[in-house]
Design a protein around this ligand. Structure first.
Ligand code: ADP
Length: 234
């Protein structure tokens, strides 16, 4: 569980998050809102990439700042631009990096790398150089890197940007599987196509505050309040 309590955050003089309180269980949550509403700044606090100016984020009841390693283990992050998140030259080495840093033994690292690559249909590609992968393959590799940490929550910031339709559907299919296995999925996106039937909750952010937190059906009427396009057929 990720529990955000009265979280505020500033960049210089700009108040970007204004006393946000919200709790996320192992469910499928869509976090949406216009550009600049604070979505990325909020999710980066879930595993300690940013520290609140005031308020606290707890992961499984422990404040993130008290145990950042536990938070990073429990909450996996996949960023909008996966290129910047790769740390190795090859597929297998990149996915192994996180588990290696947890100090796991070799057999366990191998097991996790295989499971994560299989989950995103990149098994057998361990020795491929990342620079040779397509955009969709890189997006799936970024997810595999997060999966290898065996997180309780997976947070994906604009995961569909730059992906063609088949790659989007492939990523969504993998997220469906994870969700069915009980992993919490948080998708940060302003593109709500394909989300209605999947999300348990849609949280709308505007000017650093939560404008609404509703099941998808009820959220539909509120999307235009925060300048998010309502997909056809919502
Ligand atoms: P969103 O993800 O909803 O687009 P962000 O969290 O990226 O919103 O940004 C919220 C606000 O914080 C915006 O006004 C943005 O300009 C500002 N901001 C984001 N990152 C930085 C940064 N590194 N330095 C200064 N301001 C930033």
């Amino acid at each position: 569980m990720i529990a955000v309590d009265a979280l505020s955050y500033r960049y210089d003089d700009e108040l970007v998050l204004d006393e946000i309180s919200v709790t996320l269980d192992e469910e499928w949550v869509v976090l949406t809102g216009p550009n600049g509403s604070g979505k990325t700044t909020l999710v980066r606090q879930f595993n300690g990439l940013l520290e609140p100016d005031s308020g606290v984020v707890r992961v499984d009841d422990t404040p993130v700042q008290d145990d950042p390693v536990a938070a990073r283990t429990a909450v996996g992050m996949v960023f909008q631009s996966p290129r910047s998140q790769f740390v190795a030259a090859t597929v297998g080495a990149d996915v192994a990096f996180g588990p290696e840093n947890l100090g796991l033994d070799h057999d366990e690292i191998d097991r996790r790398v295989q499971a994560a690559l299989t989950a995103v249909n990149l098994d057998g590609r361990e020795d491929d150089r990342i620079e040779t992968l397509s955009g969709g393959e890189r997006a799936r590799l970024a997810i595999a890197g997060a999966l290898a940490m065996e997180p309780d929550h997976l947070v994906l910031d604009e995961p569909f940007t730059g992906l063609d339709w088949p790659a989007q559907q492939s990523v969504l299919g993998h997220l469906d599987t994870l969700s069915a296995e009980g992993v919490g999925v948080v998708v940060v996106t302003h593109d709500l196509r394909d989300m209605r039937s999947r999300a348990d909750r849609v949280i709308g952010l505007r000017d650093g505050q939560i404008a609404f937190d509703l099941p998808p059906g009820a959220a539909g009427d509120r999307l235009s309040d925060i300048d998010v396009r309502v997909p056809a057929g919502w």
